[in-house]
Design a protein around this ligand. Structure first.
Ligand SMILES: Cc1cc2nc3c(=O)[nH]c(=O)nc-3n(C[C@H](O)[C@H](O)[C@H](O)COP(=O)(O)OP(=O)(O)OC[C@H]3O[C@@H](n4cnc5c(N)ncnc54)[C@H](O)[C@@H]3O)c2cc1C
Length: 475
């Protein structure tokens, strides 16, 4: 009988790490050949040289100082502060990100600038007099920023990421991502810029070898205390007696393995776990699980024969062209992510699995992407040394207008199992960052260690803008 953890991403490894800190062993079952989950760092070799990139820009930030302390202990000198420069290209012009309203008003067409101010005034008056409900993402941003400013970068970029109109996206997503932030706060920040302590927007902590280094260190510590991490497993079924999870069956290398379960901490998608229960979940639960969707990604990693391509840590592209949504130059995160005289780019397309781009031949995607990179002026097609495609399923849970009712069907069904803890991003179908996945993992383990269930549901529900606050200072 064991503490069994599904998934070796941030949530699963934090669980194993906390068990290990309390001298408790665990078994981690991971379906991939590598650890790190969505926060993995990929390594590519070309001409004997090594290039690293995270699978999408992954900076660490949190409102919880104890997480910084924990990671500092794990990484020591490898935990460094990186100055952030993030810009967004809108209709051919670069603007700061998060948006600096003063800069935006100065650089857009004067008619658009006037419209932005009038729309914001209109939204403010409506907020005071009518107090309109904020049901959709569109309601939320239009009422906080005014329609024209919302259209400037928020509505179009969000539609690029999600692939559905903003009036079909749940307002709770905006509440989580931009709560407490409005046009007035942004103007205030722009006007009092300069001096002062560094905020989480201006800089962030990052491991020298890429974001996965945090999770490599957690895994190293956990295994040194007896944890076992089994990779490339396929979980077949999870058995239960109606009130507890009793066992798990998985295959590895063609062999079927059965384990008894004392507690199960799962970061696999909640939509998948309910489908492998034995006895089976009722049909309405399976139906709800199948109806919850995800947004997937096609990423393109390009090695370029130039020492530098951009000055940004990462860039957003709310308008089209280009057709991709975001790009990062890993060398601007830490210089040794690429060799000295070359650089690389990770370019991200947001898609649904099965879309034309998802099915496109890798060489064609690389060709198309280089064409757009050339249009942006970062490099010429002839500068490309080699490219790779990374396809990622279930990168983002789709919080559409009715997801919560359907998700409740799953969570209510799973509540009957007193020794099951659903943690992490897809484990909870919660659009969260690494810090919240880590917190759910730590707290699930702590619940088992202390023998009382802590409330995991409120993790990630902070009532402030998600980037608010000052940067944690090292000891
Ligand atoms: C493009 C992108 C950019 C992001 N940028 C940031 C950022 O800047 N900052 C930030 O803090 N967060 C960022 N995030 C979010 C961050 O990646 C996630 O919050 C975090 O990785 C979630 O960790 P997790 O352990 O909950 O889930 P995951 O990372 O998804 O890990 C789950 C693990 O479970 C495994 N698994 C799944 N199914 C099974 C199964 N059936 N059997 C066994 N194993 C299974 C998976 O292979 C994976 O290893 C970003 C996410 C994306 C997609």
């Amino acid at each position: 009988m064991k503490q069994i953890i599904i998934g070796a991403g941030p949530a699963g490894l934090s669980t194993a790490y906390n068990f290990a800190r309390h001298d408790m062993e665990s078994l981690v079952l991971e379906k991939e050949a590598v650890i790190g989950g969505l926060a993995k760092t990929l390594e590519f070799k070309h001409d004997g040289e090594v290039y690293r990139t995270d699978a999408g820009p992954h900076r660490f930030f949190s409102l919880n100082p104890s997480l910084y302390k924990m990671i500092e202990e794990l990484l020591g000198e490898d935990w460094v502060v990186v100055d952030r420069l993030t810009r967004q290209l809108i209709d051919g012009k670069y603007f700061n990100y998060p948006v600096d309203i003063v800069q935006a008003l100065r650089n857009v067409d004067p008619f658009i600038a006037i419209k932005m101010i009038l729309d914001y005034a209109n939204a403010t008056v409506r907020n005071i007099l009518v107090k309109p409900p904020r049901i959709t993402f569109e309601d939320f941003v239009v009422l906080n920023f005014g329609r024209r400013l919302a259209q400037f970068n928020l509505l179009n970029y969000t539609e690029k990421i999600w692939g559905i109109p903003c009036n079909k996206i749940a307002g709770s997503w905006a509440a989580q991502r931009i709560k407490g932030m409005n046009a007035f706060d942004i103007v205030k920040k722009a006007l009092i810029k300069g001096g002062g302590p560094r905020s989480m927007i201006d800089s962030f902590y990052y491991p020298k070898k890429g974001i996965q280094e945090i999770y490599d260190k957690m895994a190293e510590f956990a295994t040194s205390k007896g944890a076992r991490i089994e990779k490339e497993v396929a979980i077949k079924k999870i058995t239960h007696d109606g009130s507890k999870i009793t066992g798990i069956e998985y295959s590895k290398g063609g062999k079927l393995v059965n384990e008894g379960v004392q507690n199960l901490i799962s970061s696999m998608p909640i939509t998948e776990i309910v489908q492998i229960l034995e006895p089976k979940a009722p049909e309405r639960v399976i139906k709800a699980a199948k109806s919850l969707g995800y947004r997937d990604q096609v990423q393109v990693f390009l090695i370029i024969n130039k020492p530098h391509l951009t000055k940004d840590t990462w860039l957003y592209f709310p308008t089209t062209p280009p057709t991709f949504g975001r790009a990062m130059e890993p060398k601007n995160w830490y210089p040794t992510m690429s060799p000295e005289n070359k650089s690389s780019l990770l370019v991200e397309y947001f898609v649904f699995k099965g879309d034309e781009l998802w099915n496109m031949n890798d060489d064609l995607i690389i060709k198309k992407t280089m064409h757009e990179i050339e249009w942006l002026g970062f490099a010429k097609t002839g500068d490309l040394l080699k490219g790779w495609i990374i396809r990622t399923e279930k990168a983002y849970p789709m919080w559409d207008l009715t997801y919560k009712q359907r998700l409740d069907v799953l969570t209510n069904h799973l509540k009957q199992f007193s020794n099951l803890y659903c943690v992490g991003r897809n484990g909870r179908y919660f659009y969260n960052n690494q810090d919240h996945s880590i917190e759910t993992g730590l707290l699930a383990a702590q619940s088992i260690i202390d023998g009382k269930k802590y409330d995991l549901d409120n993790i990630g529900m902070e009532n402030t803008y998600f980037e608010a606050g000052m940067l944690y200072k090292k000891k």
